[in-house]
Design a protein around this ligand. Structure first.
Ligand SMILES: [Zn+2]
Ligand SMILES: [Zn+2]
Length: 387
């Protein structure tokens, strides 16, 4: 254990025991004035009961013990914070960390009654600049909090039973001066710092409710529209109820063409006219890739918090990009390795690491060779494209 600072950028390490119990009242036991008098450290080493060391640094996300009996805690019961600073006291062998809290949605509601958290939220956390100084004895270990950007077609998968965060919570002057804002991939509509008493989050246009990532109900699944002017989702139940069934059911091939044409095209480097998949060139594409690219983009329930969106969006781009490299081909016979008379370099499409586990993203068995079967088409309420 080292307890003194030196002149290099590494100010030293602090070694301590990991938390095995906690009393909430003691979490904020240090005032900011007392904190400022302590010695700063770059690294905090904590030992578990078996003597194994885990090192903590500024910016690490940590689980903080929230009850007297750790053995009864589930992962989602821990308090979560992001380390902003590490300080200690050489004489007493004590150390503290300053953390920004990740609030649970229920804790945000306790402060902002008009905020409606998802009823089944367990792993969702809402980031805040609210700081506390926490004794190192309350730290249980490091955890990951994945960021969910609801408007990002390339959102990375979020493993099951993992913490994730899509909102930012700012409370400046009590319940009348607050903001709940959403982290977005594309430019946010408003700056967080100028908003007061506002809940500014992405919602389903049809019911004004947000996406509920941890619901177990298939009706709560979000269907997502990748069109650049949309990049947003709608509850399956809302689309289902709004569907007037006024248009005839399209054939499988029409549905495939309509879905694949709805594409987030920001990644396109093609300077020419947009590549188009048509009845004439449909069979130049391997059937399984067509089936994959024509899947609805969904999130939630068994498809996971981030859903199949990144993989399906990548499949659509793969097809558009292959077509844009060629003068548009015509393939009258179904695609096969031997008879494919236009080489679009798609034979080994499934070797692309982005398609690992692609079978798991299939929701509808859309066989392009059964073109005359009739299918139900749901349209985006905003842009009317197939989703
Ligand atoms: Zn809805
Ligand atoms: Zn749309």
């Amino acid at each position: 254990m080292s307890s003194s600072s030196n002149s290099t950028s590494t100010k030293g390490r602090w070694t301590h025991k990991k938390a095995r119990s906690s009393t909430r009242g003691k979490l904020g036991e240090l005032s900011e004035k007392e904190w400022n008098l302590l010695e700063p450290f770059d690294v905090l080493d904590l030992k578990d009961k078996d003597g194994n060391l885990e090192s903590f640094h500024v910016s690490d996300t940590i689980a903080i013990v929230s009850s007297k009996d750790v053995s009864k805690l589930q992962l989602y019961d821990y308090w979560i914070g992001k380390i902003k600073g590490i300080r200690g006291e050489s004489e007493s062998s004590r150390a503290w960390v300053m953390v920004n809290w990740y609030y649970s949605p229920r804790d945000v509601k306790a402060q902002i009654p008009v905020f409606e958290p998802s009823p089944s939220a367990r792993y969702e956390r809402i980031y805040s600049h609210h700081c506390d100084i926490v004794s190192a004895t309350h730290i249980a270990g490091k955890v990951s909090v994945f960021q969910l950007l609801e408007d990002n077609a390339d959102q990375h998968p979020i493993p099951a039973n993992s913490f994730f965060s899509r909102y930012y919570f700012d409370i400046k002057g009590g319940p009348k001066n607050f903001a709940v804002m959403q982290f977005t991939y594309h430019d946010p509509a408003t700056s967080i710092s100028t908003i007061h008493s506002a809940i500014n989050i992405m919602r389903c246009d049809l019911c004004a409710g947000p996406y509920n990532p941890e619901a177990f109900d298939p009706d709560e699944i979000q269907r997502w529209c990748p069109a650049p002017e949309c990049r947003r989702g709608f509850h399956h139940r809302c689309l289902d109820a709004a569907d007037k069934k006024s248009e005839p059911f399209p054939s499988v091939t029409d549905l495939i063409l309509a879905r694949i044409a709805n594409n987030d095209d920001t990644q396109s480097t093609d300077d020419g006219p947009p590549a188009r998949l048509t009845h004439e060139n449909l069979h130049c594409i391997p059937a399984q890739l067509l089936t994959l690219a024509a899947q609805p983009l969904v999130r939630g329930e068994r498809f996971g918090v981030a859903g199949n969106i990144a993989m399906i969006a990548h499949a659509r781009r793969t097809i558009h990009s292959a077509l844009s490299d060629q003068s548009l081909p015509t393939c009258k016979t179904p695609y096969s390795f031997r008879s494919n008379h236009v080489d679009l370099n798609l034979d080994l499409w499934y070797k692309d690491p982005a398609f690992n586990g692609w079978e798991g993203a299939i929701i509808e068995e859309l066989d392009p060779h059964r073109g005359e079967d009739r299918m139900r088409l749901l349209r985006c309420p905003q842009c009317t494209r197939a989703i």
